[in-house]
Structure formats: C-alpha cells, structure tokens
Design a protein around this ligand. Structure first.
Ligand SMILES: Cc1cc2nc3c(=O)[nH]c(=O)nc-3n(C[C@H](O)[C@H](O)[C@H](O)COP(=O)(O)O)c2cc1C
Length: 185
C-alpha cells in the first residue's frame, strides 16, 4: 500500500501537471508513492442506473472500483490535471462520476474523513475563474471519499509541453507550495 497515490489526468507525454505532481511528491518526501494515469484505465461512464443507491457498489466491474479501492488504502491522494473548458478532462470526469456509490455511502453517513488531498491544476490562462469548476469537481469527489482538500495549486501559462520543467519560477512556486502544505502527517 503506497502512502501517497497520485492520479494524473493529462493525455500528454510531457505533461506539465504530471511533472508538477512528480516534483511535489519528491519535495514532500513520502516513503512510498504510486502514480496512475487515468488515461491508461478502462472506465465506463456512469449510466445513472441507480443500483448503487442500495448496494453501495457499481454494476460495472472495470478499473473505476479498483482505483476507488486504491484511494481508500492511501493516506494522501494527489490529483494532477489540466483544465479543459474550465473543468477536468473527460476520462477524469468519467472516473469522478463513477464515485456515485461513494456519494451514496457518504450521504448515509457511513464514511469518515481521515485522508488528505492535494489538487494540482494547470491551464493555458491565468485567471482564477478558469480553475474553479475543475477544483470543485475534484474536491467534491475527495469529500465523498473522506478526503480533506489540504491545498489547491493552480498554474497558468502551461500550454507549452515541458513548460513546468523549463521554468525556474514554476519550480520555485512548487517548492514554496510544498512548504505551505500543512497537516499532511
Ligand atoms: C480540450 C482542451 C481544453 C482546454 N481548455 C482550457 C481552458 O478552459 N482554460 C485554459 O486556461 N486552458 C485550457 N486548455 C489548456 C490546458 O489546460 C493547458 O495546456 C494545460 O496546462 C495542459 O496541461 P498538461 O501539460 O498537464 O497536459 C485546454 C486544452 C485542451 C486540449
């Protein structure tokens, strides 16, 4: 069981959001970490069949329940995603929607808050409004899984592949952000 589970959502090979997550994990010195790219998984979109209302489980036995199990075992969960039309990319959104059984559990108050989460978002633009829907989508998924969002790190001007790696300012911002993440351990 890894101490920190990193879920990345970019389909790009030299992803800025994934690079930022990698740097943050290094700086925070977790004992063990596991990284999963959502694009490598098979996740069927929720069909709103309503089965999970009473069963608390999903009729689809694909990679989504497996990833939810990994989330349940990790202490810290980091989601690193690009912003697409202000929200998260479709594969990550499909996974978030498949957390409906966890929402049902949470709604019936059978879940507890005992985990920590960090959200990393990159976008082409810099305005705060571009990040808000994506932040809310991820934070609400965190909440139903008993994960407290400790920090939301947003990085604009990240269109160019490899921009995060090349920029000293970004690396500085990651180090500063790491220093300001309180309550992880
Ligand atoms: C389909 C698509 C939609 C996008 N929508 C937005 C957007 O709404 N606002 C924004 O500022 N950037 C937008 N972008 C730019 C990405 O968020 C940006 O390039 C991001 O830093 C890429 O991260 P990555 O390197 O981890 O893939 C979009 C890019 C794509 C491909």
């Amino acid at each position: 069981m890894a101490e920190v589970l990193v879920i990345t959502a970019s389909p790009r090979k030299k992803s800025n959001s994934a690079k930022i997550a990698e740097e943050l994990v290094k700086i925070l010195q977790f004992k063990t970490s596991e990284t999963v790219n959502i694009n490598s998984l098979k996740i069927t979109p929720c069909s709103a069949c309503g089965s999970c209302v009473s069963s608390f489980s999903c009729v689809y036995k694909d990679d989504a329940p497996r990833l939810i199990s990994k989330i349940k075992k990790a202490k810290v969960i980091i989601i690193a995603s690009p912003v697409y039309f202000c929200g998260v990319p479709a594969p990550l959104k499909a996974f978030i929607d498949r957390n409906q059984p966890e929402w049902e559990r949470h709604n019936k108050k059978t879940s507890t808050v005992n985990k920590k989460g960090i959200i990393i978002l990159t976008a082409g633009g810099n305005e705060k409004k571009y990040f808000l829907p994506a932040k809310r989508e991820i934070a609400s998924m965190f909440a139903v899984n008993g994960i407290k969002t400790l920090k939301v790190l947003t990085f604009g001007g990240m269109d160019e592949t490899g921009a995060a790696e090349k920029s000293r300012d970004i690396m500085k911002k990651i180090r500063a952000a790491a220093g300001s993440v309180n309550g992880l351990r």
